[in-house]
Design a protein around this ligand. Structure first.
Ligand SMILES: [Zn+2]
Length: 249
């Protein structure tokens, strides 16, 4: 059976002497593992499309549970990210999160769109990469069913208090008037960080990146978004460990 789908290569591994195994985030079928025969040869028509961050249209052949790449046409290669170690480290982490988060055989249009938009912002340096990381983490968690509840304080229902405790496990918030001291597993968010997090979870995709945030609030947001997604993915993420070893915050 042949299928044609848009997708982006999240990871490409050498396989045998000449082949590659691609992990592709596709619009229609989530993450697909597909063999690209001959892709390691320079002259292969599949060599360009068989590298991480290549976005395009893939024609895949499915035989039982195994996919192979018949052909592919690249639309975007994100060279600006590949040629910059910092950006590449962020992108590798975003790809690994998608690999862990997207379910096989389930459509993943929204996740793919989120990833492409984030990579576009990263490549063109349109926002601080730490902000892009926080946006990507929180929005991805929301897309896969772990949206935190950031409408209002869980006790008094007020939605614009000076500060909130954010619970990493449940994703709920309690304002500091209702609870002056946070409990274990809770992070303090200033109003600015809280409003940013709320925007990330509820804004329509077209407005997702359209907000500003100060540095202190960004540090809080960044910490909360990372801890929240790590606790929900619940797997070791080597690309995150590497990213955190090289980034300043
Ligand atoms: Zn309250």
């Amino acid at each position: 059976m042949q299928i044609k789908t848009k997708g982006i290569v999240l990871k490409a591994q050498d396989y045998n002497e000449n082949d590659k195994l691609l992990m592709i985030l596709t619009e229609d079928k989530g993450v697909i593992y597909a063999y690209a025969s001959g892709a390691r040869r320079m002259k292969s028509t599949l060599s360009t499309v068989s590298s991480m961050l290549c976005y395009g249209e893939f024609v895949l052949f499915k035989n039982r549970d195994k996919y192979t790449v018949d052909s592919a046409e690249s639309e975007r290669l994100f060279y600006g990210i590949r040629n910059d170690l910092d950006s590449l480290s962020y992108a590798s982490y975003f790809c690994e999160l998608c690999l862990q988060a997207a379910n096989p055989e389930e459509e993943a249009k929204d996740i793919l769109r989120l990833l492409l938009n984030t990579l576009h912002m990263l490549e063109n340096k349109k926002a601080h990469p730490a902000l892009l990381k926080a946006i990507f983490e929180l929005r991805l968690m929301s897309l896969i069913g772990y949206a935190p509840d950031l409408i209002a304080c869980g006790e008094c229902g007020e939605f614009e208090k000076p500060a909130y405790w954010f619970n990493i496990e449940s994703g709920s918030v309690i304002c500091t008037d209702c609870r002056p001291n946070g409990a274990n597993g809770e992070i303090l968010l200033s109003k600015a960080a809280f409003l940013a997090a709320r925007h990330i979870v509820y804004a329509p995709m077209e407005q997702l990146f359209s907000f500003r945030i100060g540095e202190n609030a960004l540090i809080e947001l960044s910490n909360a978004a990372e801890r929240y997604s790590v606790s929900h993915i619940d797997k070791r993420l080597p690309t995150l460990e590497f990213l955190n070893s090289i980034r300043s915050f």
